[in-house]
Each structure stands twice: as C-alpha cells, then as structure tokens.
Ligand binder design. Structure first.
Ligand SMILES: C[S@@+](CC[C@H](N)C(=O)[O-])C[C@H]1O[C@@H](n2cnc3c(N)ncnc32)[C@H](O)[C@@H]1O
Length: 214
C-alpha cells in the first residue's frame, strides 16, 4: 500500500505539473520525508514549482528540514497545522502560494483520520472554496475493499492513538462532489494513469483520484 500510494503521488504530481501546468501544491498530511517527495517530483517537471507541506505530527516537524530543499527558482515551506483548521492553513500558506492562481490541494492518506464524512466534506469545501477555478484536488485513501484490509485496520485501530477509517470507494468518490473528475475518476490508485509511471505495484487496497474545480 505504501509503495502503491507513493507511486500514485508521483504519477499525480507529474500529471499536474506536466500536462496541466500547475505550479503550486498544498500537500496536507505530508508524512515523514521519503523518496520522491512532492516538491522533488514537481520541481523535476517544473523547477519553479512552489510547495507548501502541512502536518500536525511533531515527528514530521522534526524532520521537515529534509522537505525544504527547493530549487532556487521554486519554493518549499512547511506548516505545523491541523487539517481541521483550514483557515490557519490558508493563512500560513499565503506567503508562499499565490492563492489567486490555481493550486493543487493534495490530501494523500489523511482523510481516513477524519471519521465523519460530513466533516471531510466541510474541510474540503472550505479549502477548495478559497482556491480559484482551475485548482485541483488530488486524494488517496485506504479502502475497505478486502476482508484482510478491514481486519488489519480494525486491529491497528484498537491501540492506535490516531485511528484510521477505511471507507468504500463510493464514499471516497462522494468527496469530489462539485469537481470535474479527471479520467479515470476515483479508482484503485494502482489503476490511475499507469502509463505516466512509475507503476511497479499492481494492486493496493487504496483508492484515489484527481478532480478539477470548474
Ligand atoms: C498515512 S500518512 C500519509 C503520508 C503521505 N501523505 C503519503 O501519502 O505517503 C498521514 C499523515 O497525515 C497526518 N495527519 C493526520 N491527521 C492530521 C491532521 N488532522 N492535520 C494534519 N495532519 C494530519 C499524519 O501526521 C501523517 O503524517
């Protein structure tokens, strides 16, 4: 799942920076720095890309320096903030991102941490409302698409300080209401535009997609 969803991030960011021409990314729920972080992928395609990372985990904050290695033409910043406080995210992102120009909002593997569908819709709505037409939402999350995945997640959640809710693909797709889905829509991440590459992982219990604000 980790590798399949990372490959989806790489293909999604490559698509947005390349084919679409997006130059600004707001990556909420960044996670620990790893291989092919959002700014590395985007700036490989377009060195002038500007990326703001957001997470509320102190451990991610400790390692954030590894995310602040921008090209000279572009910019990266890290904000220690909570997804549930979109106003703070937008306020603190504003010095780095021009919120009058299209932004790709990335919510990768984070919405499962918000149990209520209504709250997810409200958070996405508040963030997307603040972004102009031509902005994008790119998202992925673990799904309840196999009994093994559901059992593993239940077991994890018993002792987890931060439980994660695996949803059905249909529930995830409903979060894109009001956005134009980019083909192939909300699908298993391993089936999303494999031709862009990389595409080593062929199956993961994780669905995602990319939608455009009209
Ligand atoms: C499963 S990881 C995903 C990391 C990365 N986006 C990826 O897809 O590889 C989820 C991340 O979301 C962060 N997170 C969870 N709830 C959050 C919240 N309410 N506000 C900000 N970050 C949150 C966690 O700290 C964690 O780093």
């Amino acid at each position: 799942m980790a590798r399949g969803s990372r490959e989806f991030i790489i293909r999604g960011v490559t698509y947005l920076a390349g084919e679409v021409g997006i130059r600004q990314f707001l990556d909420v729920g960044t996670g620990l720095p790893t291989a092919s972080n959002t700014h590395e992928v985007a700036q490989r395609v377009a060195p002038d890309s500007r990326i703001v990372y957001v997470d509320n985990d102190p451990l991610v904050l400790t390692h954030a320096r590894a995310l602040l290695t921008s090209t000279p033409e572009g910019a990266t910043d890290y904000i220690d903030a909570d997804l549930r406080d979109p106003d703070a995210i937008l306020r603190e992102a504003a010095p780095t991102l021009d919120l009058n120009k299209p932004v790709a909002l990335m919510l990768m593997g984070i919405l499962g941490h918000v149990k209520s569908d209504d709250e997810v819709r409200s958070i996405i709505g508040r963030l997307m409302d603040a972004l102009p037409s031509g902005s994008y939402l790119a998202q992925s999350d673990g799904t309840n698409t196999s009994p093994e995945m559901v059992a593993a997640q239940d077991q994890y959640n018993e002792g987890a300080p931060l439980p994660y809710c695996v949803r059905s693909p249909e529930r995830i797709a409903s979060f894109y209401e009001g956005l134009e889905m980019i083909p192939p829509g909300v699908v298993r991440v391993t089936d999303w535009r494999p031709e862009i590459g990389p595409h080593e992982i062929k199956h993961a219990e994780c669905f995602g997609g990319v939608g455009r604000k009209p």
